[in-house]
Design a protein around this ligand. Structure first.
Ligand code: C2E
Ligand code: CA
Ligand code: CA
Length: 567
């Protein structure tokens, strides 16, 4: 049998070098496998390339040659569409010429003195395979708008630099425009495009002076893989001042994240990390630069670990629900009114983990519903158990994340919990954070209104931490305002803060809403809130969040008081 490989003509390679010994050496290595052509200078090479352009699989090109240098050949090749498709491997002894050659479109290079035979053969084979597989060539190379590389091309290129030129030590930079969508919306798309172009040009100018490649990765995100000297801040300032020079009236701000070159980390990882750093300074106009460091790496690893462990944690019931009481302070002595369910993760290796560490993480990727499901189920069961065991009916609030509210089966799920545990709707209160109301308010209001109609009480959590306006507040289907902790923190010392709390209480009264003050830690704070007319208080002053066994003591105390007051 004959397979198709055997009846194909051998692939053709053009070897260009002014020194006979080099031509012979390469010829010797390649001749058994490939058909070969030879040229002694750039001019001859170009002529042969034009003549054989349909047949040539590869050109091996020396850079230093008389008549016409390899660099000049590369420049010419770039201009001629038909030639630019033929891959070129550059032969050079000059380390500094490497990147320049790559920038001019060389696919790879081989350093002189020549490597061992197998290495050269492997490189040649690989480039031919790659180009025939059309990996690089088929990817559109340049972004229309900025002239920088396209994302796919950039990735391919960066990987190649990393793999075959590990000595190059390139840093990963990610550059982003603050609020680009608003710029587009306010100043028009034309202007937005112009800004993108200006940044593209600034980056290209920058790369003229150093070694590296860049791409507009998506919309308003640029990635630069380059050798840097001097401070990162200087690089960012340089780009920012180019933008300022162009858009002197509009306030266009850039931010940048950097992951410095790092041993054996692949570009894709470096850029993930640079991007994470860049995201961390979103909106921070004082400090628009972040360099990824060991701390961030540790955090990143912890996050990854928590993501990995979530499934098992649910199966093994590692999540524990704690309860923190809310007290009615308008009676003397204050009386237990309800509780908030707060989750903790008792991790077998990492110990007790605060929800502040994992809730935002799971909110970011939708896994939060797994945790919340668990907590709601647990809380609903607990309400029923206390009712049965102690004859006491304690309403418990659970936290709803934004993502929960948008889940299609939310209402069904909550109603199921009430039914299965023999509860009434008012036994389970729902806390929805204020910031959830501000974006995509419409859908949220709809869902919350439905829940409220069923009989669930709705509490607006962290009120005052977001941006809800007063007139929005009057339209929101809620029963309770939970005043953010920051208002309470300083009321003993700051007259202004105290006035603010009074104001919030006035507005709430006007809107017929109950108010819970959170974060109450001292008797002084409690008394001031009482005087200002605040109904309910939650905070360390009364109790930290505690496990259900311990909370039982608070219930027993309450029952005791009830009994006494009945006498
Ligand atoms: P949050 O809903 O505002 O809960 C109140 C937080 O304030 C709790 O923190 C509580 O322990 C803390 N706190 C209570 N009293 C005081 C006080 O007097 N002083 C101070 N400094 N802090 C006090 P925690 O338990 O660490 O929870 C943090 C946040 O995590 C919660 O803030 C909530 O947003 C979220 N979270 C907790 N459990 C869940 C849950 O099951 N589901 C969801 N989606 N989020 C949860
Ligand atoms: Ca809450
Ligand atoms: Ca809160």
């Amino acid at each position: 049998m004959i397979n198709s490989k055997q009846i194909q003509r051998p692939q053709m390679i053009l070897v260009v070098d002014d020194q006979e010994i080099n031509r012979d050496l390469l010829g010797d290595i390649l001749e058994g496998k490939y058909a070969l052509l030879y040229a002694e200078n750039g001019k001859e090479a170009l002529d042969l390339m034009r003549e054989h352009r349909g047949e040539l699989s590869l050109v091996l090109l020396d850079l230093m040659m008389p008549v016409m240098s390899g660099m000049e050949v590369l420049e010419k090749v770039r201009e001629e569409e038909a030639l630019s498709k033929i891959p070129v491997i550059v032969l050079t002894a000059d380390k500094n010429a490497e990147l320049k050659a790559l920038q001019l479109g060389a696919a790879d290079f081989i350093t002189k003195p020549f490597d061992v035979r197998e290495v050269i053969l492997a490189r040649v084979d690989r480039i031919i395979e790659l180009s025939e597989g059309r990996q690089l060539i088929s990817a559109a190379e340049h972004d229309q708008l900025t002239g920088l590389y396209t994302r796919n091309f950039f990735i391919e290129y960066a990987n190649r630099l990393y793999r075959y030129h590990p000595g190059m030590h390139l840093d990963a930079l990610v550059l982003n425009i603050e609020q680009f969508h608003s710029i587009n919306a306010l100043d028009g798309r034309e202007f937005g495009d112009e800004i993108l172009r200006v940044i593209g040009r600034a980056i290209r100018d920058f790369l003229e002076e150093t070694q590296g490649i860049a791409s507009r990765y998506d919309a308003d995100r640029y990635v630069i893989y380059c050798r840097t000297e001097g401070s990162y801040r200087a690089i960012l300032d340089r780009f920012q001042s180019e933008v300022n020079a162009f858009a002197s009236n509009a306030n266009v701000r850039l931010r940048m994240g950097v992951r410095p070159w790092h041993g054996d980390a692949e570009p894709i990882l470096l850029f993930d990390q640079a991007r994470a750093a860049c995201n961390m300074v979103r909106g921070d106009y004082q400090n628009p630069l972040m360099v990824y460091d060991e701390d961030m790496r540790q955090q990143e690893m912890l996050r990854q670990r928590l993501l990995n462990d979530l499934q098992v944690a649910v199966e093994e019931r590692q999540f524990k629900v704690y309860y923190q009481p809310k007290y009615n302070i308008q009676v003397d002595p204050p009386r237990l009114s309800s509780a908030e369910a707060l989750v903790r993760w008792c991790h077998p290796d990492l110990g007790m983990i605060s929800p502040k560490k994992f809730i935002p993480l799971f909110e970011g990727n939708g896994l939060i519903s797994v945790v919340d499901d668990y907590v709601w189920r647990e809380a609903a069961g607990q309400i029923a158990r206390w009712k049965e065991k102690l004859g006491y009916r304690l309403p418990v609030s659970v936290n709803l994340s934004r993502a929960d509210v948008f889940a299609p089966d939310l209402v069904e799920k909550l109603v199921g919990l009430i039914r299965d545990n023999g509860l009434e709707f008012r036994d389970l209160k729902l806390e929805v954070t204020e910031s959830a109301y501000t974006d995509n308010a419409h859908r949220l209001l709809e869902v919350v209104a439905r829940l409220r109609k069923l009989g669930f009480e709705i509490e607006m959590d962290d009120f005052g931490s977001g941006y809800s306006s007063l007139n929005m507040l009057s339209e929101m289907p809620i029963d309770v305002l939970k005043m953010d902790m920051k208002f309470v923190r300083n009321i003993e010392k700051s007259e202004k803060d105290y006035r603010l709390v009074e104001l919030i209480l006035d507005i709430a009264k006007y809107l017929n809403l109950e108010v819970v003050a959170e974060g109450v830690e001292t008797e002084g704070q409690m008394t001031l809130l009482k005087d200002a007319g605040c109904d309910l208080v939650q905070g360390y002053y009364f109790s930290r969040p505690v496990p259900p066994e311990e909370f039982e003591k608070l219930i027993r105390k309450e029952l005791e008081m009830e009994r006494r007051s009945e006498k």
